[in-house]
Design a binder for this molecule. Structure first.
Ligand code: NAD
Ligand code: UDP
Ligand code: UDP
Length: 345
């Protein structure tokens, strides 16, 4: 039929996949769900800058128009207010599926109202149905949380994880695990071209100010001259990746022939106390630390093994935590200043 031949036609025209050297690449039409969010808006910038047409689908649950306002008026850019839990009809070559309420504050506060599981399952199903109908390539942004509180360290893609199915984080962890299952089912069962990225903790400008993630909390606290809140003993570890490295990895994955899953993260591993030190060095050496009880099921350590992405995607992160943190400070300072002015402070 006319629609499903579109993507085939596009592929034949060299719009999707690798284009031989010397032949100018044609524009792709690309959907980014969750494109008004932190990672999505940086991805949209990269795709528009390289000349593609981009449609963002976002319900502004945690995303903001401000993240994309610099693109308004660009004829290659479209923004649709839409909840991915509802079906949608579009004709495109590629779908980057990021939409998901990813903030622990939201999903732990009210997982039913905030629909984490529902978005991960029904949203992913709809985007896979769309990809199937139009023959588009589909990329899922999964998470390192699929490894749960890992018993293997560092984590390789072959590790199946250690996840509590009925805990406070389960709507997110299990939601993403189900999204991965659906993605592979549509690949094997319906021939959809899919890609799966397992993203490790990522930071940078445009992160939600108050979504409770550790980097945004510490940076905002240091700027507001509040104590840095360390949960538990602060010895748990995470590996922090700067957002431009992630976006490069997502595009490399989409454009390559490998399905994945691929870990996309920076292997530099830090305890939360070490992270607090880097934030102090970067923003305010006099900042103090305040200990708080840790949350349930908190993974003790997390660090990606990225050998697979290095070998098959020729990708690895370039920006260390000490180089990346300063790059988000002025964005946070400006937004906190605007917030304070809004409150009449
Ligand atoms: P974010 O909250 O900034 O972005 C998510 C976007 O999805 C927001 O713009 C939000 O409004 C939108 N959204 C949520 N539910 C929706 C729905 N039902 N319909 C339409 N839009 C909806 O988060 P982010 O950090 O940019 O995360 C992007 C993706 O990357 C998510 O899928 C997340 O799970 C994944 N991820 C992020 C990290 C990280 O450290 N940032 C780590 C692992 C995985
Ligand atoms: N879907 C969509 N846009 C499309 C095609 C499908 O939103 O262009 C949705 C559709 O409404 C369904 C889901 O994707 O809820 C799965 O579609 P599929 O065709 O695989 O399943 P079916 O509709 O047969 O249940
Ligand atoms: N954390 C912390 N202080 C904060 C927020 C989080 O010490 O203000 C800890 C949290 O307990 C966890 C780690 O930082 O051990 C990373 O938390 P985040 O929510 O950023 O990411 P995730 O747990 O999803 O990896």
């Amino acid at each position: 039929d006319q629609v499903s031949t579109f993507a085939q036609y596009a592929r034949n025209q060299g719009k999707v996949g690798r284009v031989p050297a010397g032949i100018p690449k044609k524009r792709s039409r690309i959907v980014v769900t969750g494109g008004a969010g932190f990672v999505g808006s940086h991805l949209v910038d990269k795709l528009l800058d390289r000349g593609d047409d981009v449609i963002v689908i976002d319900n502004f649950f945690t995303g903001r128009k401000e993240n994309l306002v610099h693109r308004f008026g660009n004829p290659r850019f479209e923004l649709i207010r839409h909840d991915v839990v509802e079906p949608i009809l579009l004709e495109v070559d590629q779908i980057y599926h990021l939409a998901c309420p990813a903030s622990p504050v939201h999903y732990k506060y009210n997982p039913v109202l905030d629909c984490d599981y529902k978005t991960n399952v029904m949203g992913t199903l709809n985007m896979l149905g769309l990809a199937k109908r139009i023959g588009a390539r589909f990329l899922l942004t999964s998470t390192s949380e699929v490894y749960g509180d890992p018993l293997e360290h560092p984590q390789k893609e072959t590790y199946w994880g250690n996840v509590n199915p009925i805990g406070e984080r389960s709507c997110y962890d299990e939601g993403k695990r189900t999204a991965e299952t659906l993605t592979m089912d549509y690949h094997r069962g319906a021939g959809v071209e899919v890609r799966i990225a397992r993203i490790f903790n990522t930071y940078g400008p445009r992160m939600c100010l108050d979504d409770g993630r550790v980097v945004s909390n510490f940076v905002a606290q240091a700027i507001r001259k509040q104590p840095l809140t360390v949960y538990g003993d602060g010895k748990q570890t995470r590996s922090f990746q700067y957002v431009s490295d992630l976006v490069d990895g997502l595009v490399a994955l989409m454009e390559n022939e490998h399905v994945g899953p691929f870990n996309l993260g920076n292997p530099g591993e830090f305890t939360m106390l070490e992270l607090a030190e880097v934030v102090k060095e970067t923003i305010d050496a006099s900042a103090t630390i305040e200990y708080r009880p840790n949350t349930a099921d908190d993974p003790h350590k997390r660090k990606p093994d990225i050998s697979k992405a290095k070998e098959l995607l020729n990708w690895e992160p370039k920006i260390s935590l000490r180089e990346g943190l300063p790059l988000m400070v002025s964005d946070f300072q400006n937004r906190i200043l605007n917030e304070d002015e809004g409150k009449g402070l």
